[in-house]
Design a protein around this ligand. Structure first.
Ligand SMILES: CCC/C=C/C(=O)SCCNC(=O)CCNC(=O)[C@H](O)C(C)(C)COP(=O)([O-])OP(=O)([O-])OC[C@H]1O[C@@H](n2cnc3c(N)ncnc32)[C@H](O)[C@@H]1OP(=O)([O-])[O-]
Ligand SMILES: NC(=O)C1=CN([C@@H]2O[C@H](COP(=O)(O)OP(=O)(O)OC[C@H]3O[C@@H](n4cnc5c(N)ncnc54)[C@H](OP(=O)(O)O)[C@@H]3O)[C@@H](O)[C@H]2O)C=CC1
Length: 310
């Protein structure tokens, strides 16, 4: 049984309740597990209910075994709860139901982690309107809907903390321009909401994982298991990031250690954004330099026929 742990103190989130979208796989699953390890009840939500339910079964047994071991008692009466909700974050009504059923079941909603998201690899010129819309609806509109409902149905009156998982689009996102645009939108949305909702005691932050956080589901999405090895070669750490390296940072942003942090984007990328090269540019001579010599040549389209009086 794979271990679950945390650098944070046990019981930190006792009695708290979180929603983690996309919480049945990869990064979202690690976030949900670490929150539970710290005492938080978690609702994981995504589209594929069977996969979600099977993941939740495994997560429950990992946590109950871990908590029993840690307590040394063989049982833990205060074990946090884990629920699953089928929800496509692109669908407004499903998002509304996700939040209302959480509040109904647990009587509160302290944390919302907008982790669900994704895209496909494609040069911008080949992205269809439908494909573009699917990625924008998922990553930007879906995140907005989740933030809005968490706020309106609970956090406006009671406070809370939101973390939006985005991506490393710091230098644009060639090969995934749709997601770059959507995530940049979420980055900006995070700042607006941090201000608009400050008087409700709601903190809103974003976290940008570098493009090198390996999970089987993330790799499978690209149909190219080698994609992540290529990323690894051009990464300053010469290794891939781990999902628990993201979940720890999310727990920090949700915790009182970040009580004065809001409207911020935390890059968890081992400095990858400062170094990466994701788009090969072939040798070419299409970039013409601007020179005054060229500019002032007789007949040049830019040449000036009048002499300056200055
Ligand atoms: C280095 C790595 C960094 C890692 C970063 C990560 O994020 S890791 C995490 C990675 N994990 C994830 O990304 C997981 C979540 N990702 C997803 O679910 C999908 O990528 C989604 C967001 C596009 C939604 O898809 P969906 O099926 O629910 O949506 P839909 O049926 O409504 O319309 C989809 C339309 O989009 C188009 N289109 C789709 N695929 C391709 C393609 N390969 N090629 C071309 N086009 C494609 C196509 O037009 C299609 O319509 P059509 O022509 O079929 O009528
Ligand atoms: N791994 C990496 O290197 C990086 C990941 N990220 C981002 O981190 C997040 C987690 O990715 P990761 O764990 O790696 O990959 P996964 O593919 O494992 O996670 C994506 C999750 O989002 C869920 N999801 C996708 N679309 C929807 C939707 N419309 N409604 C509800 N749930 C949805 C999926 O579940 P289901 O299919 O059941 O709906 C799945 O659980 C994503 O936003 C990803 O883009 C960002 C940068 C790098």
């Amino acid at each position: 049984m794979a271990a679950v742990s945390s650098v944070f103190r046990r019981g930190l989130f006792n009695g708290r309740v979180a929603v983690v979208t996309g919480g049945g796989t990869g990064i979202g699953q690690a976030i949900a597990l670490e929150l539970m390890y710290l005492g938080c009840s978690v609702v994981v939500a995504s589209r594929k209910i069977e996969r979600l339910e099977s993941a939740a079964k495994d997560m429950r047994s990992r946590i109950s075994q871990q908590l029993s071991l840690a307590e040394g008692t063989g049982s833990n009466k205060h074990a946090p709860d884990l629920s699953v909700v089928k929800c496509n974050i692109r669908e407004e009504k499903e998002v509304q139901r996700l939040v209302s059923s959480t509040v109904e079941k647990y009587g509160r909603l302290d944390f919302f982690v907008n982790n669900a998201g994704g895209q496909f690899l494609s040069p911008a010129a080949n992205i269809s309107h439908k494909g573009w819309t699917a990625v924008i609806d998922t990553n930007l509109t879906g995140t907005f809907l989740c933030c809005r409902e968490a706020y309106k149905q609970w956090m406006q009156e009671n406070g809370g903390a939101i973390v939006n998982i985005i991506a490393d689009m710091y230098k644009g996102f060639p090969s995934m321009s749709h997601t770059g645009a959507a995530r940049a939108g979420v980055d900006n949305l995070t700042k607006s909401l941090a201000i608009e909702w400050a008087d409700s005691g709601v903190r809103v932050n974003a976290l940008a994982p570098g493009s090198a956080i390996y999970s089987d589901t993330a790799a499978a999405n690209y149909g190219d298991i080698d994609l992540f090895s290529h990323v690894k070669e051009s990464h300053p750490t010469k290794r891939l990031g781990r999902v628990e390296e993201i979940s720890g940072a999310v727990c920090f942003l949700l915790s009182p250690a970040a009580s004065f942090v809001s409207g911020e984007t935390l890059y968890v990328d081992g400095a990858g954004r400062l170094y990466q090269r994701m788009w090969e540019i072939p040798e070419h001579n299409k970039s013409k330099a601007y020179t005054w010599e060229e500019d002032s040549k007789e007949g040049s389209s830019n040449s000036h026929t009048t002499t300056s009086k200055l």
